[in-house]
Design a protein around this ligand. Structure first.
Ligand code: ZN
Length: 57
């Protein structure tokens, strides 16, 4: 199964950003720099709220 992308809302500034579900490095909010996802070796752990799943094509 290919990885999916998730639309995550930043807990600090409510910016919505698309994050790869198996991110290999920390993903930071493009607006305020808060960590939105951190790698766990498998699926990333999201710090913000996942509002939508975006299937990879
Ligand atoms: Zn933010």
């Amino acid at each position: 199964m290919a990885g999916s992308f998730f639309r995550v809302t930043c807990p600090d500034c409510e910016n919505e950003q698309v994050v790869f579900g198996k991110a290999a490095s920390e993903v930071n909010c493009a607006v305020c720099g808060t960590t939105l996802a951190r790698p766990t070796g498998g699926d990333a752990e999201f710090a913000g709220e996942v509002v939508e799943t975006v299937e990879a094509r």
